[in-house]
Design a binder for this molecule. Structure first.
Ligand code: ATP
Ligand code: RIB
Length: 302
């Protein structure tokens, strides 16, 4: 069984459903609100666990009810949460998500305890890096901690996977040099590189810019338009599946987790297709972790 370590964030999501998201200065009426376990790190750990990978997580929650709920949800799919620290006096991270009738969203995050995931916390869990086959990270914890995790993963010879979200333009080149696989969407890729990504050719050029910084493979996700795989000497487009999206929250998290769970080291196209199947099920369901399918559901899809 594949062993994966996720180093990242845990947020309680306040998901608000509405016909259309408000413009600046505008008030709209919404239909409903749900509290759902989320956070890019926790979503990926939960999805990996649900899809059958032996998964451990490093992160932090507050000593509040949301933190307990987040941990219980991860443990319900057998994720080892011993590396998730409870920070006394801190609040568990929160995300405020507006979802419109086409399933698209806008998200604001309050880091809370996620900001306390420092290099010492990460380095104190070195044994989890030694045990894993792959280490998966995102950018909702401090960047120096992500770099520390990438260095530890490489020290132990592990596959390093970075979801560069939320994207930022100031990532150190040293981080990219440690990354085997990264998965920006086209908007994130533009922010990360400062290059246009409006067309497929532009996205390939921007992805190659990341390759020049030492990344080995870039998976550019294009929502319902599929995924562009850009590696050394290789550019391939893998299609998405046509479904009616009701909520795309955590589509990328589900895609990446399913990809990693299926990836054997060289089967990129098949693993991306497995990720696309999992994500296309997730977008037909509301919420972040509530939308993640089982391995059996993905295998039965189409
Ligand atoms: P997130 O909403 O979690 O931030 P993302 O922006 O990182 O997601 P996307 O490009 O939206 O990532 O989606 C990841 C994958 O999920 C896509 O490559 C695709 O396979 C699938 N997907 C996303 N949206 C849709 C959709 N509307 N219909 C079908 N598949 C979709
Ligand atoms: O990727 C989706 C996630 O982004 C949400 O669950 C929210 O918590 C934010 O972190």
């Amino acid at each position: 069984m594949k062993k994966v370590l996720v180093v990242g964030s845990l947020n309680m999501d306040f998901a608000v459903y509405m016909d259309r998201r408000p413009q600046a200065g505008e008030t709209v009426m919404a239909q409903s609100m749900k509290l759902v376990p989320g956070g890019k790190g926790a979503n990926q750990a939960y999805a990996l666990g649900k899809l059958g990978a032996r998964t451990a997580m490093i992160g932090a929650v507050g000593t509040d009810t949301f933190g307990e709920q987040m941990l219980a949800n991860l443990e319900s799919v057998s994720v080892d949460t011993a590396g998730v620290k409870k920070i006394t006096g801190a609040e568990t991270g929160k995300a405020f998500i507006e979802i419109d009738s086409s399933g698209q969203n806008s998200i604001s995050v309050i880091a809370g305890a996620n900001a306390a995931v420092d290099e010492t916390l990460v380095q104190g869990q070195e044994k989890l890096f030694a045990k894993a086959d792959a280490v998966v990270m995102q950018l909702e914890i401090p960047v120096p901690s992500v770099l520390a995790a990438a260095k530890l993963a490489k020290k132990h010879g592990k596959l390093v996977v970075l979801d560069p979200a939320p994207a930022r333009a100031d990532l150190p080149d040293e981080l990219w040099a440690h990354v085997d696989i990264t998965k920006p969407n086209e908007t994130e890729l533009a922010l990360l590189t400062g290059l246009p990504t409006g067309t497929a050719d532009e996205a390939v050029t921007a992805a190659k810019f990341l390759l020049s910084k030492g990344v080995k493979n870039v998976l550019v996700t294009l929502g319902g338009e599929g995924t562009l795989l850009v590696g050394a000497g290789q550019v391939e487009r893998i299609p998405a599946y046509q479904v009616k999206a009701v909520d795309t929250t955590a589509a990328g998290d589900c895609f990446l987790a399913a990809f990693v769970s299926y990836f054997t080291g060289s089967n990129f196209a098949e693993a991306i297709d497995f990720g696309a199947k999992a994500a296309s099920i997730a977008v037909t369901r509301q919420g972040a972790q509530t939308s993640i399918p089982t391995k059996e559901e993905v295998e039965k899809f189409c």
